[in-house]
Ligand binder design. Structure first.
Ligand SMILES: Nc1nc2c(ncn2[C@@H]2O[C@H](COP(=O)(O)OP(=O)(O)O)[C@@H](O)[C@H]2O)c(=O)[nH]1
Ligand SMILES: [Mg+2]
Length: 203
């Protein structure tokens, strides 16, 4: 994807009305600190347009990034942040659920999981829940630079087993430091989830 312009167009808090966008949306879910903002920045070729937080759990809004007036990257609130009350967590859960149910343009959900660790109970809950909402999430295994190259296959297998991924589910290892995996993600999005007039593109 050639990034021509980006714009954080809508920021939704708990009580906000969700936007009725008329362009395809790709959403990113994952626990706090997994690297969602870093991934979105890398996809947009920016260092810090999406806020990168040293304090997990800070981004408790749904952020819609307009890309080239062609599509949206949607940053969902992180889950599993211990300092947030149960009541607060439920509110955010309902908000994400409302988004997944009502967005007419949501094409795909990417679920981010840290490549280093066994998926947590929250990760499994999130995966199963997204599947129950009718989506077949693509897994991004984040922080790829933190493990040795020789360990990657083993860790991807650990994620597949730990999450109980449905056969055929894609897992894309990614590093915000080296940008490895970035092009694979864009290729997938452009190939599968955007309405491109391919005849025109090829001219
Ligand atoms: N080494 C490394 N650190 C990362 C990577 N992605 C994110 N981080 C770090 O992890 C922390 C949380 O990142 P952030 O993007 O804010 O996570 P978010 O809470 O999921 O949006 C920050 O300190 C980032 O610099 C990565 O691919 N490699
Ligand atoms: Mg974030």
């Amino acid at each position: 994807m050639i990034i021509r312009n980006i714009n954080l167009e809508t920021v939704c808090g708990i009580t906000s009305t969700l936007p009725k966008n008329d362009k395809p949306e790709i959403a990113f879910a994952g626990k706090s600190n997994v690297g969602k903002s870093s991934l979105i920045n890398a996809l947009m070729n920016r260092k810090s347009y999406a806020r990168i937080s040293a304090t997990p759990g800070k981004t408790q809004t749904i952020n819609f990034y307009n890309i080239n007036d062609e599509m949206y990257l949607v940053d969902l609130p992180g889950y599993g942040y211990a300092k947030v009350s149960q009541q607060e967590k439920e509110k955010w859960g309902r908000m994400i659920e409302r988004y997944l149910h009502t967005s007419g343009r949501l094409r795909a959900v990417f679920l981010l999981i840290d490549i280093r660790h066994e998926p947590s109970a929250n990760d499994r809950l999130m995966y199963n829940w997204v599947v129950e909402q009718g989506y077949n999430p693509i897994i991004i295994a984040t922080k790829l630079d933190k493990i040795k190259r020789s360990q990657v296959d083993k860790h991807v297998k650990m994620l597949r087993q730990g999450l109980g991924l449905l056969p055929g589910t894609k897992v894309i290892p990614f590093s915000a430091v080296t940008k490895q995996g970035r092009d694979d993600i864009w290729d997938l999005v452009e190939r599968e989830y955007l309405d491109r007039d391919t005849a025109q593109e090829e001219q």
